[in-house]
Design a binder for this molecule. Structure first.
Ligand code: ADP
Ligand code: MG
Length: 508
């Protein structure tokens, strides 16, 4: 077994990342980093020409905040990270690649060279963010075998533990599970059907701008407002002070998961306060955030066509589900005791490693132990012009929550003789107005063969892969052309290669 490539899964989180592998018996285990920790903060410090990732970078938030990049995952899809680092703008996926590179290098030190891995993404990630994640893997020197959804990975880890993945494939009885994943920066909820070795996603939804960070922020604001009231200055105006305060608040939040009250200290420009915060007060100032997750949870269940009575398990994933308020909310919403049997920090990476094992096994012989079916989390469409109003609108081709992979054909006709190109604008989102959807890119089909008469049919096929990535093929006069989508905010192959050389330095 050890001769074969190891099965590696990586949970590339907004705030924390985890890398896991399958041991010789096919069981998932987390690989500790160079500091000996199972989880690595997804934080990057720029120290001169040195790039430091993880715990040390977190410490620098209180002293050198201007040189620290956090939560790059939240900005995937943008051209550059909004903070200037060492005088330079970095693409968010390059920052993610630095985190991946640390995981890869540290793990390689322990178990030998790692080349391939599966990386997870929130189910709610759109095509652009999936592409950016894949690119991050490439820039970190990895061959990304696949990208899979975090809740699916968590469900696989759960299924493994519960015996759904027994070698005979005859798992426990059929069961619907709801995966509620509240991490540091994103929230995801997914309804899945586990049926023997079949893992089917029924519906998924979420919020890429909602997570534990927002709970921290409420505490930061609470303390800062009290500071202003007493001392007439705002400690948030200084980045290092704010960084220190944020660390205090995150710590206090964790304490409030275990105790009924705690206190938070803040000093700035020779003034200091210490504020006592009770768990009740914390609940009160964050209730609306929790309500947002409850709303999305109800909606997702509805989209899956299920009732709470049809749900066998409510699975908790993500560090923020340690907050008692989350457990209470889900208990009263579902009428069930939420399941905490998988480790909220490790489940996603473990599921990804199991999936990697599945892919490697597929190429090595034995039959797969499980199958996964996913759905798309956003509708996919093209920009069309309404002939009646002459207004641009979104023509939806693949509605959200469609089982993947799926192929959709749209036929166009050339307007004039000898037309040499067709331009298709691809968007993702639920709004009828294309401007409110995510612009995935353009697909310009050219050159078309010469001398086509007007009205020549041209079939454009959109294939949405299982991993949520899109490929486009075009059929013109019986000729098949595969088309790359031109993306506005995506790195070119040359840029990717140059970042890869910059990020992946030989291990000393
Ligand atoms: P992500 O995958 O988004 O990086 P994680 O699932 O690792 O996130 O969860 C990280 C979040 O969980 C952070 O916001 C952290 O503050 C929070 N967290 C971890 N432990 C606790 C706890 N005991 N109580 C409350 N929040 C916690
Ligand atoms: Mg996570």
């Amino acid at each position: 077994m050890s001769k074969l490539a190891p099965a590696i899964g990586i949970d590339l989180g907004t705030t924390f990342s985890v890398i896991a592998r399958l041991d010789d018996l096919g069981r998932p285990e987390t690989i500790t980093n160079a500091e000996g920790d199972k989880i690595t903060p997804s934080v990057v410090l720029f120290e001169g020409t040195n790039i430091v990732v993880g715990k040390e970078a977190v410490k620098a938030i209180a002293t050198d905040a201007g040189s620290v990049a956090e939560c790059a995952k939240r900005q995937l899809g943008q051209r550059v990270f909004d903070k200037l680092l060492g005088g330079r703008h970095y693409p968010p996926e390059a920052l993610q690649a630095m985190v991946l590179n640390k995981l890869r290098q540290d793990a390689s030190q322990r178990i030998g060279e790692i080349r391939q891995a599966i990386i997870t993404v929130p189910a709610y990630f759109d095509e652009i963010r999936r592409k950016a994640t894949q690119d991050a893997g490439y820039m970190a020197g990895l061959e990304v075998m696949n990208i899979i959804n975090e809740p699916t990975a968590a469900a696989v880890a759960f299924g493994f533990k519960e015996g759904f993945l027994n070698p005979d494939g005859q798992g426990a009885e059929r069961c619907n599970i709801l995966v509620y994943d509240l991490g540091g920066g994103t929230f995801d909820v997914t309804v899945m059907e586990l049926n023997g070795k079949e893992f089917n996603t029924l519906a998924t939804d979420g919020d890429v701008q909602l997570g534990g960070r927002d709970w921290d922020q409420r505490l930061v604001d609470l303390v800062a407002e009290e500071f202003i009231r007493r001392h007439r200055i705002d400690p948030r105006e200084d980045a290092n002070t704010e960084g220190r305060l944020w660390r205090e608040c995150e710590d206090a939040k964790r304490t409030l998961s275990a105790r009924m009250k705690t206190s938070i200290a803040c000093d700035y420009r020779g003034q200091a306060i210490r504020l006592e915060v009770t768990r009740d007060k914390f609940h009160e100032i964050t209730q609306d955030l929790l309500d947002r997750t409850a709303f999305t949870t109800r909606q997702t269940l509805q989209a899956a066509g299920l009732d709470w009575k049809d749900v066998g398990r409510v699975l908790l994933v993500g560090g923020s589900t340690r907050m008692p308020a989350v457990v209470e909310m889900l208990r009263s919403l579902s009428g069930k005791e939420p399941d905490t049997s998988v480790s909220p920090d490790e489940a996603v990476a473990h599921g990804a490693a199991l999936h990697a094992g599945l892919l490697l096994a597929r190429s090595n012989g034995p039959p797969p132990r499980f199958n996964i079916r996913n759905v798309n989390s956003h509708s996919l469409g093209v920009v069309a012009v309404d002939p009646q109003t002459n207004r641009r609108r979104t023509a939806i081709m693949i509605p959200r929550n469609t089982p993947l992979p799926v192929k959709y054909k749209r036929s166009f006709k050339t307007i004039k003789p000898n037309q040499r190109s067709i331009l298709v604008n691809i968007v993702e989102g639920e709004s009828p107005s294309p401007d409110d959807c995510a612009q995935i890119g353009k697909c310009s089909v050219k050159p078309l063969p010469a001398r086509l008469p007007a009205d020549t049919p041209i079939d454009v096929y959109f294939r949405y892969e299982e991993n949520g990535r899109l490929t486009v093929t075009v059929n013109v006069a019986d000729k098949k052309i595969r088309h790359e989508i031109e993306r506005d905010n995506s790195l070119s192959q040359d840029q990717l290669d140059s970042w890869r050389r910059f990020i992946v330095k030989p291990v000393g």
